[in-house]
Design a binder for this molecule. Structure first.
Ligand SMILES: Nc1ncnc2c1ncn2[C@@H]1O[C@H](COP(=O)(O)OP(=O)(O)OP(=O)(O)O)[C@@H](O)[C@H]1O
Ligand SMILES: [Mg+2]
Length: 247
């Protein structure tokens, strides 16, 4: 028996606007993702990658079609139910880090736990552990302005995993980083996937970063143009990077 899909999109469409300004951003997407996969989503600008990620992340709903998450029909959930699903199962990483300024790394990472109603002591311990796991032990009190881009993205990853999500959705997580920092971030995402069994869905324009994924899904003009297995994924960030200063 094959493993049941964690995520199932069936004939998903997304329309923005109406009348003359109407735009069909997704034109019927069928996509099954099994727990534990590492998927790179690629395709030209405007092909619908972020639109699909927003739907997958329960931040937005399809215009038509079905989205099953663990067998639940996401498209018919209320806004509150979707928010709960998001808080319980999903973690997000964005190109622009999206950290709160003038707020310490520790507090940024604690935020999802605060929304969840965890106690201050639970939050403190879990956030410190998450920061440790992304190599930022000792940086808890620094604010984003006092951190490099690579470090800010690590804080964002710590924030994404502090709730122990089933899925991490990353939309161009290395888009604002240089090559070395990009590989470091990919090494982290790889470890989340391999060592913690977290399903990773990542949008990227960079073939070098997509090469870490075991599956590549290509969007073209609102459709899935190609869905392929990467038989030889990169299994570790380049060795010369592992020993370098991680800032
Ligand atoms: N909120 C919105 N309102 C109206 N149109 C939108 C909205 N979001 C996206 N679109 C349009 O939908 C299409 C798909 O956009 P989307 O952001 O999904 O593309 P993308 O593949 O993520 O591109 P990029 O690589 O540039 O990030 C584009 O034509 C875009 O202009
Ligand atoms: Mg996008």
């Amino acid at each position: 028996m094959t493993a049941p899909a964690l995520i199932q999109l069936s004939a998903v469409t997304k329309r923005y606007g109406s009348g003359a300004s109407e735009l069909l951003a997704l034109k019927g997407i069928d996509l099954d993702i099994t727990a534990g996969e590492f998927v790179a989503i690629m395709g030209p600008s405007g092909s619908g990658k972020s639109t699909a990620m927003n739907i997958l992340g329960c931040l937005d709903t399809p215009t038509s079609g079905q989205y099953l998450f663990k067998g639940a029909h996401v498209e018919s959930l209320t806004r509150d139910q979707r928010a709960r699903l998001r808080r319980r199962y999903l973690g997000f990483v964005f190109q622009g880090f999206n950290l709160l300024a003038r707020t310490s790394a520790q507090e940024n990472v604690e935020l999802p736990l605060l929304y969840r109603g965890d106690s201050a002591s639970t939050r403190r311990v879990a956030a410190a552990k998450a920061l440790q796991s992304v190599g930022l032990g000792g940086w808890e009190r620094h604010t984003p302005a006092e951190l490099s881009g690579g470090q800010q993205q690590r804080v964002a990853i710590a924030r994404a995993i502090v709730t122990e999500p089933a899925v991490v959705l990353a939309d161009e997580p290395t888009g604002n980083l240089d090559t070395q920092r990009s590989h470091e971030i990919m090494g982290l995402l790889l470890a989340l996937n391999r060592d913690h069994g977290i399903t990773v869905l990542m949008v990227t324009h960079e073939p070098d970063m997509a090469a870490y994924a075991r599956r590549m899904v290509h969007f073209l003009d609102g459709r899935l143009a190609r869905d392929e297995v990467n038989a030889n994924p990169v299994t570790a960030a380049p060795a010369d990077l592992a020993t370098s200063e991680s800032t």
